[in-house]
Design a protein around this ligand. Structure first.
Ligand SMILES: [Zn+2]
Length: 152
């Protein structure tokens, strides 16, 4: 990153960069601390050379910053998702409770209906039985004429 000497615009990346060679650097430093960069200002098109801090380091810093931003974004998204999910779960739980209540009352209604029908059917069976006894064909199967098997 550099600043244009003419207009002061921040130029993020050099067009070209190369390691600075300098004889005065102590031999213990096996890597140069900075690079020389050729910059082109996007605003006024001025081309100039400037020092660039160690490329790898700056790239790494930028990467870390980007990564942090990315993680922040992901985290925010995740929080939003979690919030939405929590709300959904709450809504569904409420709905489930009301549905369970409804199902329970319907089940009870159905059960009482079954009980009523069972007793009604029982009564009707008794009635049929007593009527059959009254008519004297208890136990005999009455087949209507149309139901008789034909021999043709
Ligand atoms: Zn400029």
């Amino acid at each position: 990153m550099s600043i244009c000497p003419k207009c002061g615009t921040t130029v993020t990346k050099p067009v070209k960069s190369w390691p600075a060679s300098f004889a005065q650097v102590k031999s213990t430093e096996d890597k140069p601390q900075f690079f020389i960069g050729l910059f082109e200002c996007p605003a006024c098109k001025t081309k100039y050379r400037a020092r660039v801090w160690h490329r790898e380091q700056s790239t790494q810093t930028a990467n870390v910053k980007n990564e942090i931003e990315r993680i922040k974004g992901v985290r925010e998204e995740l929080m939003q998702t979690l919030k939405t999910l929590r709300e959904k779960i709450q809504t569904l739980e409420t709905e489930k409770k009301s549905l369970m209540g409804e199902v329970e009352s319907l089940r009870k209604a159905a059960e009482s209906r079954v009980t009523t029908l069972e007793s009604e059917v029982g009564q009707m069976r008794e009635e049929v039985k007593s009527l059959k006894e009254l008519l004297g064909n208890n136990g005999k199967e009455t087949v209507p004429p149309s139901q008789k098997p034909s021999s043709t």
